[in-house]
Design a binder for this molecule. Structure first.
Ligand code: HEC
Length: 118
């Protein structure tokens, strides 16, 4: 009798584990406090973008080497759509996976706060 109860319990546990992800999707593990250009935005660009968008002949004729370059690109109106893979934009980073939701969130927060050079 005890082992039957155990079996039922294990079965319930299994079902519970199966559905856990659906019932409680993982919260976005992303620290969105005190987002700055130097701490959050530039490292994303440096790791994912500047190997193509820097130097004497940057691809797409778009340089993203420093603060002024990134601000100019965002103001140019093609930056956010391209990293968010929106229709009508060339998806960036080209040939690579989309940036993480957290990376995109950090850039969005920085843009929404007026792109401070901090
Ligand atoms: C492997 C090289 C490569 C990487 C890495 C790359 N780009 Fe590009 N990017 C290009 C090329 C080439 C173009 C020109 C348009 C095209 O060919 O799609 C371009 C175009 C763009 C454009 C213009 C898009 C449009 O629709 O007008 C933006 C903005 C841009 N890149 C931003 C970025 C950002 C931000 C990153 C990093 C998250 C990045 N790129 C990473 C090669 C790259």
């Amino acid at each position: 009798m005890i082992s039957l109860a155990m079996a039922v319990l294990l079965l319930l546990q299994a079902c519970y584990n199966d559905n856990y992800q659906d019932l409680y999707p993982q919260p976005l593990n992303c620290d969105t406090t005190n987002v700055t250009f130097g701490k959050n935005v530039l490292p994303i660009i440096t790791s994912n973008c500047t190997r193509c968008h820097s130097g004497a002949v940057p691809l797409g004729n778009i340089s993203l080497e420093n603060y002024n370059d990134v601000v100019a690109s965002v103001n140019g109106g093609r930056f956010m759509g391209s990293i968010k893979h929106e229709q009508g934009y060339s998806a960036m980073p080209k040939g690579g996976g989309k940036l993480s939701d957290c990376d995109i969130k950090h850039i969005e927060i920085w843009v929404a706060s007026g792109m401070p050079n901090n």
